[in-house]
Every structure is written in structure tokens, then in C-alpha cells.
Design a protein around this ligand. Structure first.
Ligand SMILES: Nc1ncnc2c1ncn2[C@@H]1O[C@H](COP(=O)(O)OP(=O)(O)OP(=O)(O)O)[C@@H](O)[C@H]1O
Ligand SMILES: [Mg+2]
Length: 197
């Protein structure tokens, strides 16, 4: 399976999502993470520590891709329609992380309109960095996306500082010493289960 993580907006959790989906898929079959962001955030993550799967730069992808069962591609925030069209054409599923705030949801609406005009239905929204109660942002964003009949993962990713520790330490969140590390890991685990079926 080839999964591409993309968004129009920056800082919505693309790299965090790509790293954790790759870690989950690796448990099912050999997985490669292709770092398609010129900032090389995923490569940096891997260099700071150790990830349980191979991370390569997009310029090396051709040489390695055939050796793996699953491929996850991290991308930069893309403001152009053509970019999204090319990305959608190159994968089995586009995962579009979005935070549950008004600005991000607005950017998402544009993304969805663009995808509709491209004529693809190979995408699913992932709510990320969902603030804890008493905030209702997560639930409200989910309700409005559902009402608009936008394809959405049942599970969302909650906001945990363990994810920042994971990035700093160069490991998946499951390997971080933090009281919420397990909960944080389970969020991506459940999303990966939805991917496989
Ligand atoms: N679920 C989460 N809980 C808390 N912090 C998170 C979560 N997901 C991501 N973050 C943090 O939010 C910031 C942005 O995340 P990330 O780098 O994954 O986003 P991105 O979409 O890849 O950004 P860019 O557009 O710059 O590539 C990082 O500091 C990251 O550690
Ligand atoms: Mg990134």
C-alpha cells in the first residue's frame, strides 16, 4: 500500500502522522518512509535517534521502493492544485491531517474542493492535535466534517506533548518515557487498523 500524507496548511501533523503510520505498518510488513519534504523533517527525526523502518530522501526512492510492502510518503505543505493532483495520482490513499480549528478547517475545505475538481475519492481526513476536554473542538470538527459527508478516519489523534518528545528523541511515541506515551501510540495504531481493512 502507498499512503501519502499531505495538506495545504503547514504544521498540522503531517510528519508526525507519516512517522507513526510507518511505524504501525512496519508491524504488518516491510515499510519505507519516503521523505518528500525539502525540509527533511522525517529524515531529521530518524537521524536524531532510531526508527523501526527505513527513511529515505525522495531522490533515492526509485532505487528502494520495490523492496517494500508498504510505502508512506511525507510531503511539504502544498498550495498548488497541480501538486495535489500529482500526489493523488501517485498513491493508493491520501491522508490529510487537519487540526480541529477554524483556520485549518477552512484550508481543508479548499483542499476538498480541489480534490473534487480533480475527480479523486482516494483521500481521508485525519483529525490531529485534538485538544483535551473541556475543549469541544475535536467533536465539533468531526460533526461538521461528517455532516458535509467528507471521508474521515473514525479515530482522531489527541494532543500529547509525548509526540514532541518523540520527535526530539528520534523515536516513535511508543518509545518515549511519558505517562501518555501509550495513549498517544494507540491513537495512531487505531488509525493504521482503519488503513489496513
Ligand atoms: N498529536 C500531537 N500532539 C501534540 N503535538 C503534536 C501532535 N502532532 C504533531 N505535533 C507537534 O506539532 C508540530 C507540527 O507537527 P508536524 O511537524 O508533524 O507537522 P507538519 O504538518 O509536518 O508540519 P510542516 O508543514 O512544517 O511539515 C510539531 O512540533 C509536532 O511535534
Ligand atoms: Mg512536516
Amino acid at each position: 500500500m502507498i499512503v501519502t500524507v499531505a495538506s495545504f496548511k503547514g504544521g498540522v501533523g503531517k510528519t508526525t502522522t507519516a512517522v507513526h503510520l510507518a511505524a504501525c505498518l512496519q508491524e504488518k510488513g516491510s515499510t519505507l518512509l519516503i521523505d518528500g519534504d525539502p525540509n527533511r523533517s522525517a529524515s531529521g527525526w530518524s537521524k536524531r535517534g532510531e526508527l523501526p523502518f527505513k527513511v529515505i530522501d525522495e531522490r533515492q526512492a526509485a532505487k528502494h521502493a520495490r523492496d517494500f510492502e508498504h510505502i508512506v510518503i511525507d510531503t511539504e505543505a502544498r498550495p498548488e492544485r497541480e501538486d495535489l493532483e500529482a500526489l493523488a495520482g501517485g498513491c493508493d490513499l491520501l491522508v490529510l491531517p487537519t487540526t480541529p480549528d477554524a483556520l485549518a478547517l477552512d484550508a481543508l475545505t479548499q483542499t476538498i474542493d480541489t480534490l473534487k475538481s480533480i475527480g479523486t475519492d482516494k483521500y481521508r481526513i485525519l483529525l490531529t492535535i485534538i485538544p483535551p476536554k473541556p475543549s469541544k473542538d475535536g467533536e465539533e470538527a468531526r460533526a461538521s466534517l461528517q455532516e458535509a459527508q467528507i471521508p474521515l478516519f473514525n479515530r482522531g489523534i489527541r494532543r500529547y506533548s509525548a509526540f514532541q518528545k518523540a520527535s526530539l528523541g528520534g523515536v516513535p511515541v511508543s518509545k518515549v518515557s511519558d505517562p501518555n506515551a501509550y495513549e498517544a501510540w494507540i491513537d495512531y495504531r487505531m488509525v493504521a487498523e482503519e488503513l489496513i481493512v
